[in-house]
Write a protein that binds this ligand. Structure first.
Ligand SMILES: Cc1cc2nc3c(=O)[nH]c(=O)nc-3n(C[C@H](O)[C@H](O)[C@H](O)COP(=O)(O)OP(=O)(O)OC[C@H]3O[C@@H](n4cnc5c(N)ncnc54)[C@H](O)[C@@H]3O)c2cc1C
Length: 432
């Protein structure tokens, strides 16, 4: 067995993988281009820098992020333990002193006897194996080009993502299943608005508070994933001729016609989570809740993922990666982090942990589908999503887990049950 591993990228995923492997006797060569060359978002020379918010989200077990963290801690996570050591008070959330956190990660990695950090940009996929590519959403252009050349057109630049909500939180007295002109299966969930309701939504959307973003993020705003407010700024009718087009979508029972119809598309096989089609947005999170809840039927919408916008380099993982983050056909090559199409600090770290776990445990085929780690890996391999062609980055959410046979109405109880089931399954897999 080759106990030397090459890792590209000393961010969250790369550091998590490196430490996990080094602690198990592997000798790791970790390539990091900063500070020789930096990214548009990083500000320091430290490994493990958090590029934006200082929050690693909730620690409560009955939240999706809290469950994912609990699972990672069962396996052993450098990033989480370092975050805890450098935490700042933030209620139920794990928030850190960003500078102290990055310095601590940097020091633990650089001082590990089994890790050698090489400062410099990697411009091609190395031939060394095993190798983990964890170069992040801001992978340097040269390497991004090589990855694109190797994996066909599979490297995407994506600018905006739409929110995902729970099916249970949609008011089914108002929503209806229908496909446009009743062509095909009734896969879409539709929410109609009369003229007055649409005008209110439109005006509030236009007036809402948006996230300001840096110049580099203004690049490549594809028409297909244009933020809703950019489309709306072209005129009040742009949305009703575009994603909110009401034609062919009368209410199937009352036959009511609408001025605008918002369509929701299944995000997972079981239909527990729905994506607000065309609603990719750069509105601030509080504003997303306020404005989207103006849509009739979404008054109590529960958000599993908020819309967001930034430059994002990721491979079209379904068909390229296995659940173990190995490349299909080149199984000693791994991808980890946001470049695999997981979204968020904790998810990026989790994928680094999973890639390293796969190296240490040959024959590993992924954790159970009821676990957060298993579900995240299945998102990457394309086994969760209904829309493999439209693979978009996602954080872990409860909608990725298989539902219970019986319907549990109490939301808090349901989440607690998800967590209980997941942790029991993971403990069994780990033999603890
Ligand atoms: C602008 C922006 C803001 C974000 N804000 C948040 C947020 O607030 N909360 C959240 O949960 N998630 C956020 N994310 C998403 C994501 O969680 C982070 O990007 C996270 O850091 C991803 O972890 P990673 O390990 O995949 O990549 P990174 O942490 O970015 O690590 C990749 C590393 O690889 C290095 N690298 C790149 N190319 C090369 C190369 N060719 N050779 C050698 N080294 C290379 C980079 O310098 C970097 O250190 C944000 C993403 C972006 C782009």
């Amino acid at each position: 067995m080759n106990k030397e591993v090459t890792i590209i990228g000393g961010g969250l995923a790369g550091c998590e993988s490196a430490f996990f492997l080094a602690e198990r006797g592997y000798r790791v060569r970790l390539y990091e281009m900063r500070p020789v060359r930096t990214t548009p978002a990083h500000e320091s020379p430290f490994l493990g820098e958090l590029v934006c918010s200082n929050s690693l989200k909730s620690t409560a077990e009955d939240t999706s992020s809290g469950l994912l963290k609990q699972e990672m801690k069962l396996i052993g996570s450098l990033i989480l333990s370092t975050a805890e050591e450098n935490s700042v008070p933030a209620g139920n959330a794990l928030a850190v002193d960003r500078d102290a956190f990055a310095r601590a990660v940097d020091s633990k990695i650089r001082n590990h006897p089994n890790i050698t950090v090489v400062n410099g940009e990697v411009t091609d996929i190395p031939s060394d194996r095993p190798c983990i590519i964890a170069s992040g959403p801001l992978t340097s252009d040269a390497l991004a080009e090589r990855i694109k050349a190797r994996f066909g057109g599979g490297l995407y630049f994506f600018d905006a993502i739409a929110p995902v909500i729970t099916f249970d939180s949609v008011d089914m007295e108002k929503a209806f299943f229908k496909s446009r002109w009743e062509k095909g299966d009734n896969d879409y969930l539709n929410l109609g608005m009369n003229q007055e309701e649409y005008e209110l939504f439109y005006n509030e959307l236009m007036a809402s508070d948006k996230v300001e973003f840096e110049d580099f993020e203004k690049l490549n705003v594809y028409e297909g994933c244009m933020p809703i407010e950019e489309m709306a700024a072209r005129g009040m009718k742009t949305l009703t001729y575009g994603p909110f087009r009401p034609v062919g979508l009368r209410h199937p029972v009352t036959m009511q016609k609408y001025a605008a119809v918002v369509q929701l598309r299944k995000e997972d096989k079981d239909g527990t989570a729905y994506n607000l089609v065309g609603c990719q947005t750069k509105m601030k999170i509080g504003e997303q809740k306020r404005v989207f809840r103006l849509i009739p039927g979404l008054e109590n919408a529960e958000f599993l993922r908020y819309g967001s916008i930034h430059r994002n380099t990721y491979i079209h993982a379904p068909g390229v990666l296995k659940r173990t983050f190995q490349v299909i056909g080149d199984e000693q090559l791994y991808f980890a982090g946001q470049i695999t199409g997981v979204e968020g600090y904790v998810e990026s770290t989790a994928s680094g942990l999973l890639a390293a776990y796969s190296i240490v445990n040959p024959g590993f085929e992924g954790f159970g589908e009821v676990t957060a780690l298993g579900a995240l890996a299945r998102h990457v391999s394309g086994e969760v999503s209904e829309n493999k062609k439209e693979y978009v980055p996602s954080n872990f959410h409860f909608g990725m887990l298989p539902p219970f046979e019986e319907r549990i109405r109490d939301k808090k109880l349901k989440k607690a049950r998800y967590a209980e089931r997941a942790l029991a399954s993971l403990r069994t897999s780990l033999g603890i």
